[in-house]
Design a protein around this ligand. Structure first.
Ligand code: ATP
Length: 368
């Protein structure tokens, strides 16, 4: 397995790109660590597949270099890069048995018989394919076929990385969860470098050690699922991760207070000082999970009215109107929930309240 470095990579599908809007991938500098499990996440059209194809060699970048363990592979096609790829739809030989399908990539590379037998059984076991090993692939259900595709990607132990492009699209929802868990286990067991494209945040958050969030051809943040949830570097991360996404409220800073349409809130002094020095549009951001509700005035609170409520079983999503702003609060079982139409106070815990300038997080060590 290898470390993969993208050095000033950019890609345009146009022959003569004029400006940034003509680039599917804007300039990207990043390192994918050896043995890491990465999910490449983002909305449709943000450049995920283009990025994967640049890494695999299906595309050559318009600009920059791609290095595998320090070796420049920019000009090499996929077959020279020593990677395995798993696509949305099963790629296998219907007339062969499951065993022969899994053994195929190894036979092709001249591995000896004992190695092939051991490795095929190992992967079949990890993917729960052992009972089907001597059955023909043609008779199997779609999810078993896609497991074979996954297995064909995972079976080689000498690849630089395994690249997955939305591999669970054809899998039934109840089996998706099981397969994601399997992949995570296999990653732990074999220490592979995995890069996994998806537009589904649940898939990304449950599978990956690191989520790479893409927006408009850029990598806006790379972090653990928890880092992306707790400290979104960009309003897009706040909006895209979590359901419902982060609340954003326009504000201005006066002294140590953030003034919003329905009142004002105290900010930590270092954050207020940084914000006062910035030119640009300021927004407060808070996750629905952290927006507290009270029936009486609270510290760092503003008055609001409950507009609607959605029951999600173990919690309720309360929609609130505060001045010109609409916000959502996730209320877990046992928490105070005022009825629809009632006035209440919404409280912003200072450690969970973020401030953004022109969509970028103002990153200040609070308490410093
Ligand atoms: N072969 C191509 N020729 C021209 N433009 C392309 C080509 N492939 C992709 N694009 C454009 O590049 C941008 C990024 O597309 P890409 O397929 O990489 O995004 P994506 O995030 O994988 O989307 P999806 O989730 O819908 O597959 C889009 O604007 C798309 O229209």
């Amino acid at each position: 397995m290898a470390q993969i470095k993208l050095d000033s990579i950019a890609h345009s599908y146009r022959d003569n790109p004029a400006g940034p809007e003509d680039y599917a991938i804007k300039e990207v500098n990043t390192v994918w660590e050896d043995g890491g499990a990465y999910a490449l996440l983002g909305a449709s059209g943000c450049g995920k597949t283009t990025m994967l194809n640049l890494i695999s060699g299906l595309l050559t970048p318009s600009q920059g270099r791609i290095l595998y363990d320090g070796r420049d592979v920019t000009g090499l096609p996929p077959e020279k890069r020593n990677i395995a790829q798993v696509f949305q739809f099963p790629v296998l030989y219907d007339t062969m048995t499951v065993f022969d399908n899994l053994a195929f990539p190894l036979k092709n590379r001249g591995k000896d018989r004992p190695f092939i037998t051991r490795r095929v059984h190992e992967i079949a076991d990890a993917l729960d394919l052992t009972p089907f090993l001597h059955k023909r692939a043609s008779g199997l259900a779609a999810d078993a076929k896609q497991k074979i595709s996954l297995g064909r990607g995972l079976v080689r132990d000498d690849v630089a990385a395994i690249l997955f492009d939305e591999p669970l699209t054809v899998i039934d929802p109840h089996l998706k969860w099981q397969l994601r868990r399997k992949l995570k286990e296999i990653h732990k067991q074999f220490g592979l470098t995995l890069i996994y494209v998806t537009h589904d945040q649940t898939e990304a958050m449950t599978f990956a050690e690191k989520v790479v969030l893409m927006y408009d051809g850029r990598l806006v943040q790379i972090g653990t699922p928890e880092e992306l949830f707790e400290n979104p570097a960009h309003t897009f991360v706040g909006y895209f991760i979590g359901s419902p996404g982060m609340n954003f409220v326009d504000c201005r800073v006066e002294g140590d207070r953030a003034v919003v349409s329905a009142g004002s809130l105290t900010l930590p002094a270092p954050l207020a000082a940084r914000a006062r020095g910035l030119k640009g549009t300021l927004q407060l951001g808070i996750r629905p999970l952290y927006l507290d509700l009270a029936s009486a005035p609270c510290d760092n609170g503003i008055k609001a009215r409950v507009v609607s409520m959605e029951d999600e079983g173990s919690s309720r999503i309360v929609t609130l109107e505060a001045g010109a702003d609409m916000l959502k609060s996730r209320r877990v079982e046992g928490a105070h929930v005022p009825p629809v139409g009632a006035d209440c106070w919404i409280c912003f815990p200072p450690d969970k309240t973020k401030l953004f300038c022109d969509d970028k997080l103002i990153d200040v060590e609070v308490g410093s």
